[in-house]
Each structure stands twice: as structure tokens, then as C-alpha cells.
Design a protein around this ligand. Structure first.
Ligand SMILES: NC(=O)c1ccc[n+]([C@@H]2O[C@H](COP(=O)([O-])OP(=O)(O)OC[C@H]3O[C@@H](n4cnc5c(N)ncnc54)[C@H](OP(=O)(O)O)[C@@H]3O)[C@@H](O)[C@H]2O)c1
Length: 390
């Protein structure tokens, strides 16, 4: 079997480290090209040595001296800064994991797409904020986007028979997060420590807060619209606390194809890594008899307004998803720093979307300008929200 060359963007994060776990279990099949992180130079250097990477890159120049020192004498090339991250993504590799968190991952994800190879997409925010730009690049350069999000990976697998024109609608499941049964009063008072305690998935901080507000599901509705060419009305969301069924495709003949599996990100990551083949993983096997029951419920729009806001952004089109995403990133960071409350996150996103309104986002320049404007507006709003009431 030919060795596949791979690059992992965001290798020090939750998705990145799980990707490397899979590579480590099949060392004869994969050769690591570039590994990219932001600040965690110690882990990045350890990973680069362990996998014999060709290069290791940190985005944050402040982390560069530590990276250089840790890789001295290894023969592994090092670099730092935003352009070095893009250059690493543009290096030849058969498969790239795009797992940088947030819109910050857009330039590198785009650079990987422009190589016209397989890009495993975890970085949903890039597709949300720059959908037109990314999908144009996929078509122009002949790249293949392989969805890593467990729900989208499920839909991708359930659509594998090719009858896309016979799809009536799809269902993305949602665990409901740590506040699935919480009251609004409990949510209002919730500290980040509580919101970070996800009942099912172990993930990075930003996506964990997005799961608690259900903005994550909102971003995923937009992601699904882009990936599968469906409008908002044909993308349903169902709360399913056990997270065993990840996604369902409802066909026009009444058949429903679902993908099931233990809630373990190594399963969808392995699917994208080996696609169109399959790779063995050590992820826990699904034991339906032990689980015994599966529950489902409609999402609650009142306690989780973020989902409604994301749908509104998708339906408005243009730059609305970019504004939604940027405002959310700023508000989540402010919440994690305890500058604003949990319920302020969605309120700030709502406010910024109303303040900026309809704007186009069909070029990278327009996306960047809108993203910056929305971040400014959200930062101002966070500052207002953090002021004690008079
Ligand atoms: N975690 C999951 O289970 C999961 C599931 C589905 C989708 N996703 C998506 O996958 C992406 C990553 O999520 P995560 O949970 O893995 O996040 P995470 O644990 O916070 O990791 C983020 C990674 O991106 C790196 N990074 C951050 N800013 C960067 C920049 N400007 N340039 C280069 N690298 C940068 C971080 O480096 P440092 O470590 O050095 O800071 C880290 O390697 C997100 O888009 C998320 O929505 C995650």
C-alpha cells in the first residue's frame, strides 16, 4: 500500500491530537509533512519528533523561540507567523486535516483546498464565514472536502449511494449540551466551568461553549447547507442526548439512512483519513443493548436562541453567517474570561447582526473586512454588557 502524506493544521488541539493518535496506530501507512499549532510549542515539538515531521509551525511568534529550542538538532524545519501557517498548508501532502479553531483557520484551510487534494474539514467556522469563497475554490482546484464533524460525516456516509436528488431532508442530531435540562435562571448564572462540562464529548473550549449555547448546532446547520447544497428548511435538528445516531438522511421513498457510532471523534476522523477505504480504530464499540434506549426531542428555541439566530443568518445569506460567526467568537472568548454572562453570548450575536445588517461576503477581502467589523462591534457590546448595571 502506498504511503499517504499528511499535514495536520491544529495538531495540538482536541481534533489534532486525536488525528495523530490514529496516525500513530498505522505508522506504515502515513508520513507526516507539516504540523501546525498556535502557541503550544512544547507539544508541537514533541509531536514533530514523534512523527518525524518535515516541518513544525507555530502561528504565534512569541512561541517560536521555545519551538526552535525544542527541535534543535532534529533536522525538522521550523517557522512562525500567519504566512508560515499558510505556507505549511500549501506544502504538498495527499491529505490535510483542517482543525485550526475559528475563522483564524480560514487562510490555511483555503491554502490546503487550493492544492486540489483531500481536505478533512473540522474547521467549520471557515466554511460558515466564507462559504462562497471556499466552495468556489473547491470547484476550481478540484479538491475533495471530507466532513469531520460527526453529524456531517454521518450525512456524507448516508448519502454514499449517490441519490442526492432523491434526498427529501436531513437531520443533524444534537446532544443538547450541559444545559439541556437547565432553566434560564440556571443558565444566566452559569460560570464557564459549568458550560465547559460537556456530558458526552470531550472537545476544545470554544466548541464546548458553542455546544452549551447550541450555537454549535447553528453553525452546523450552515455548514450542512454549504456541504450538501440544502436550504435551511431541509436541515432539521433533533436533540438526542445519547449521541449515538449522528445524522440521518430522509429519502423521497420514505427510507431513512442513519449513521450510528459511539460518540468518539476518532470514528469520523478515521473515516476521512481512510476514505474511500476504512481504517481500524480503538474507539469503543457501540453496544445498543447496554444503552437500551435512545431519546429524541425538538430543540428549545427559547432557552437556546443561538440556533434560531444561525438559521436566520443562513436564510439572510451574503455576509450574515460571517457576522454571526465573528460576533460569536468574540462573545465566547469574553464569556470564557468571565467578562460577560452565558446568556449574553446569544444576545450580543443578535445585536451585532442587527447593527451590521446585510452585507456581501463573496470575496476573501469582503469576508475579512466584515469579520473585522463584526469583531469590533461585538467587542464594544461585550464591554457594555460587562459594565455593572447602574
Ligand atoms: N473537538 C471536537 O471534538 C470537534 C468536533 C467537531 C468539529 N470540531 C472543530 O474543529 C476545530 C478545532 O476544534 P478543537 O476542539 O480541536 O479546538 P482546540 O482544542 O481549541 O484546538 C485548536 C487548534 O488550533 C490551533 N490554533 C488556534 N489558533 C490558531 C492559529 N491562528 N493558527 C494556527 N493554529 C491555531 C491550536 O493551537 P494551540 O494548541 O497551540 O493553541 C490548536 O492546535 C474547530 O473548528 C471545531 O469547531 C471540533
Amino acid at each position: 500500500m502506498a504511503v499517504k502524506t499528511v499535514t495536520v493544521l491544529g495538531s495540538t488541539g482536541s481534533v489534532g491530537t486525536q488525528t495523530l493518535d490514529l496516525l500513530q496506530a498505522a505508522p506504515d501507512q502515513y508520513a507526516v509533512q507539516a504540523l501546525v499549532g498556535n502557541r503550544n510549542a512544547a507539544l508541537l515539538a514533541e509531536q514533530a519528533r514523534r512523527f518525524g515531521a518535515r516541518c513544525a509551525v507555530v502561528a504565534d511568534p512569541a512561541a517560536y523561540p521555545a519551538l526552535v529550542a525544542a527541535l534543535a538538532g532534529s533536522g525538522i524545519a521550523t517557522a512562525c507567523g500567519p504566512q508560515a501557517v499558510i505556507d505549511a498548508a500549501a506544502m504538498p501532502a495527499d491529505w490535510t486535516m483542517a482543525a485550526i479553531g475559528g475563522a483564524a483557520g480560514l487562510p490555511a484551510t483555503l491554502a490546503a483546498i487550493r492544492r486540489g487534494v483531500s481536505v478533512a474539514l473540522a474547521n467549520k467556522e471557515a466554511l460558515v464565514c466564507a462559504g462562497d469563497v471556499m466552495l468556489r475554490a473547491v470547484a476550481e482546484y478540484g479538491a475533495t472536502l471530507l466532513p469531520v464533524d460527526s453529524e456531517h460525516n454521518a450525512i456524507f456516509q448516508a448519502m454514499a449511494d449517490g441519490n442526492r436528488d432523491r434526498v427529501d431532508h436531513i437531520t443533524l442530531t444534537a446532544s443538547g449540551g450541559p444545559f439541556r435540562t437547565a432553566t434560564l435562571e440556571q443558565m444566566r448564572a452559569a460560570p464557564p466551568e459549568a458550560a465547559l462540562r460537556h456530558p458526552v464529548w470531550s472537545m476544545g473550549a470554544k466548541i464546548s461553549i458553542d455546544s452549551a449555547t447550541m450555537m454549535n448546532k447553528g453553525l452546523e446547520v450552515i455548514e450542512a447547507a454549504r456541504l450538501f447544497g440544502l436550504d435551511s428548511a431541509r436541515i432539521k435538528v433533533l436533540v438526542h442526548p445519547q449521541s449515538v445516531i449522528h445524522g440521518m438522511v430522509h429519502y423521497s421513498d420514505g427510507s431513512v439512512l442513519a449513521q450510528l457510532g459511539s460518540p468518539d471523534m476518532r470514528v469520523p476522523i478515521a473515516h476521512t483519513l481512510a476514505w474511500p477505504g476504512r481504517l481500524a480504530t480503538h474507539a469503543p464499540r457501540l453496544d445498543l443493548a447496554a444503552i437500551a434506549r435512545l431519546d429524541f426531542a425538538e430543540p428549545d428555541d427559547v432557552r437556546f436562541p443561538a440556533l434560531r439566530l444561525a438559521r436566520a443568518a443562513l436564510e439572510a445569506g451574503g455576509g450574515a453567517p460571517c457576522i454571526l460567526n465573528a460576533a460569536n467568537e468574540v462573545a465566547v472568548a469574553a464569556y470564557l474570561q468571565k467578562h460577560i454572562g452565558f446568556l449574553d453570548i446569544a444576545a450580543i450575536v443578535d445585536h451585532v447582526m442587527l447593527e451590521i445588517g446585510g452585507q456581501p461576503a463573496d470575496t476573501l477581502e469582503a469576508v475579512n473586512a466584515l469579520d473585522a467589523r463584526a469583531r469590533d462591534a461585538a467587542a464594544r457590546r461585550c464591554a457594555d454588557s460587562s459594565r455593572p448595571a447602574a
